[in-house]
Design a binder for this molecule. Structure first.
Ligand code: GP9
Ligand code: MN
Length: 633
């Protein structure tokens, strides 16, 4: 067109800029992502760029201008379609697209009916870049052949692209440590690494699990079943009368460890209400109970509660295997007439819950949209536990009974921040800010449970319910050993660190009268068998690694996800066998048979998940239940 002398790669530069800006404005207009500070805004702004430079940059290898132009237009069209599809999907699901969701056939029904309704005329905006690229291609003259001496320039281009990607990752990692290994929230991923990279990441994770699944066959299942049935413990029958037919409320006590129970910090009682419960005649309190979670933390604990199977090592099973078939506690309870639901005032995609709950057959998910978070009612990660419990009870009043509600608390979460008015005790005074604040948030969590019990009573739900409560995982990691040592007044060894994985476990049955402190060695794996047995539901043919805690046959052997274990005689940690009584290292041979069994059990559990083996179990695999996600009405 004009006589203006366009630089050689103008079209490429225009394409990158056009798609970059279209993507960024797409983020701002179509997704409801919370941006808390300037750094997050900056990350959001730059996150599409490295990917776009890379894919558009591939054009530099294409020799003829005709093909190069076709390639550039195709890329702009594909990226536009990705953004457009996510925007439409988001309007319906408040979430980004993920592959397992597309393969859950029952979602297609929802999708097709709502796709049309959710397309807006203004969505043409997502294709702005395609139009710009097409115009650029048409009007800007380009070299017909790529010139050889451009090799050096090309190299610099891709090095710069890689550097930009690293800067993006670095900023994201600083904002959200362990983003890729742990914080599996799609919103966080998109915010930090961008939609395009997120889709590639999703694709890698999903195809990895898919490959293992394809190779698996039913014969592996019988081997695991043989092992599990050989270790089967006959459940007790004593408790049925008091528990059967009642609502079951299972509460995840965020980050609560047993070392605060029945203890003081500088003369302040840390958990007065829970302490009372440990002495209460209607409560069974387990003081030798361990968490068995890995990187998936809260979600791993949920996974164990639902399945009595180990979560995965090194990744969150909620994220990697949400397409599997499960035989969950919720599904079982639903089959026996319970209305099953989860109540958690966080966004639905956190830990991939919205998808995983479908696979677990949970009937309803009351997520953050179900709650009214008024002024002063949020701190740290979100809604405070006290208003959360208050509002939850109001929702419970409208549930059909009996119901099974799993509740997840949130305030006692790292970094343990609290508003002044909620600090019921002063902070501790160690070198660890984390531990210092932890006592205060634990105190707040305790208070919230008290409020919850009162609300249940006031609203007539208490007598007809049983309340099961477990600490989900540690709150204080080994990085705080020095401060913990100060509090416990001893030097912390790997033996102590294993002991510190104890979390409180309560079963509260109003009117039962037989409550006591139970000392058996137990773990989260035992929750499913125990709860189902209390409800009088037969689970003897289920594939569970745990067993009923009221059974006389219960075995004193708890395996951690990382391979450590505890028996009544030994504690095995960091490949050292410790005497459980003295805490001193002892002869490794004494632990050897348990090491073998722990390894085998963890391997069996991994085989089930990796091969999606439960789909081969009779009566499984054909139904895909729907989780209704409850928003404000
Ligand atoms: C988030 C909450 C906390 O929804 O469950 O997760 P965590 O970081 O403890 O796994
Ligand atoms: Mn947690």
């Amino acid at each position: 067109m004009s006589r203006f002398n366009w630089p050689k790669h103008s079209v490429l530069v225009i394409a990158v800029l056009a798609t970059w800006l279209t993507t960024y404005f797409g983020y701002l207009t179509s997704f409801n992502m919370s941006i808390d500070n300037m750094v997050q805004q900056l990350i959001l702004f730059i996150n599409p760029l490295s990917f776009l430079l890379l894919v558009y940059g591939a054009a530099l290898f294409i020799k003829t201008s005709k093909r190069r132009n076709a390639y550039l237009i195709t890329i702009s069209a594909i990226t536009s379609i990705i953004m457009f599809a996510n925007a439409v999907f988001y309007r319906f699901f408040s979430d980004f697209i993920t592959i397992p969701l597309l393969f859950q056939t029952n979602n297609f029904g929802d999708l097709s009916s709502s796709v049309m309704a959710n397309i807006h005329g203004t969505d043409i905006f997502f294709f702005t870049d395609v139009i710009i690229v097409a115009l650029a291609v048409k009007f800007i003259p380009q070299p017909t052949e790529t010139v050889r001496q451009f090799k050096m320039g090309r190299r610099i281009y891709f090095i710069a692209t890689a550097a930009l990607f690293m800067v993006n990752l670095g900023l994201a990692e600083a904002e959200r440590p362990q983003l890729l290994t742990r914080s599996f929230d799609r919103e966080l991923l998109v915010k930090n690494i961008g939609t395009y990279n997120y889709h590639i990441y999703d694709l890698i994770i999903q195809s990895k699990s898919h490959a293992q699944r394809v190779l698996a066959d039913g014969s592996e299942l019988s081997e695991v079943e043989n092992y599990v049935h050989a270790n089967h413990k006959e459940p007790s029958v004593d408790m049925f009368e008091d528990a059967k037919g009642r609502n079951i409320i299972t509460i995840s006590l965020e980050s609560l460890q047993s070392f605060v129970i029945n203890q003081e910090m500088d003369g302040h009682v840390i958990t007065p209400f829970l302490n009372e419960l440990t002495k209460d005649k209607d409560t069974f309190y387990f003081d030798n109970f361990y968490h068995q979670t890995g990187l998936g933390k809260t979600s791993d604990a949920e996974f164990i509660v639902e399945n009595s199977i180990y979560p995965r090592n090194g990744s969150a099973v909620f994220f990697t295997h949400s397409g599997n078939t499960f035989d969950s506690m919720s599904e079982k309870l639903a089959d026996n007439g319970y209305f099953t639901n989860v109540m958690h005032a966080n966004n639905r995609s956190f830990w991939n819950r919205d998808i995983m709950y479908k696979a677990l057959g949970i009937e309803k998910f009351y997520d953050v949209e179900s709650y009214n978070i008024g002024e002063g009612q949020a701190v740290n990660w979100g809604m405070k536990d006290i208003p959360y419990f208050e509002q939850s009870v109001q929702m419970m009043k409208d549930m059909p009974q009996p119901f099974s509600s799993r509740m997840l608390t949130l305030t006692n979460h790292h970094p343990f921040d609290l508003d002044d008015e909620d600090m019921l005790i002063p902070p501790y005074t160690s070198n660890s800010k984390t531990l210092n604040k932890y006592f205060q948030t634990s105190r707040y969590l305790d208070e919230s449970i008290k409020v919850f019990f009162d609300e249940l009573k006031e609203n007539g739900l208490y007598d007809n319910s049983i309340i099961v409560m477990y600490g989900d995982h540690y709150g204080i990691s080994e990085n705080h050993n020095k401060a913990m040592g100060m509090y416990l007044d001893k030097e912390i060894t790997p033996f102590d660190n294993a002991e510190l994985q104890k979390v409180p476990f309560f079963i509260h049955i109003p009117g039962n009268g037989k409550g006591k402190v139970m000392h058996e060695l137990a773990g989260q794996m035992d929750i499913r068998p125990t709860v189902l047995n209390l409800a009088g539901i037969d689970a003897k043919d289920d594939l569970q690694f745990g067993s009923d805690l009221f059974s006389k046959e219960h075995e004193d052997f708890v395996i951690f996800r990382d391979g450590r274990f505890v028996t009544d005689k030994y504690v095995y940690a960091h490949e050292v066998c410790y005497d459980a009584e003295t805490g001193e290292p002892t002869d490794g041979e004494l632990c050897a048979p348990y090491v073998e069994r722990a390894t085998k059990e963890l391997e069996f559990s991994d085989t089930i998940i990796n091969g999606d083996l439960l789909r081969f179990k009779d009566g499984q695999g054909d139904q895909q239940p729907q989780t209704e996600i409850k928003g404000k009405e």
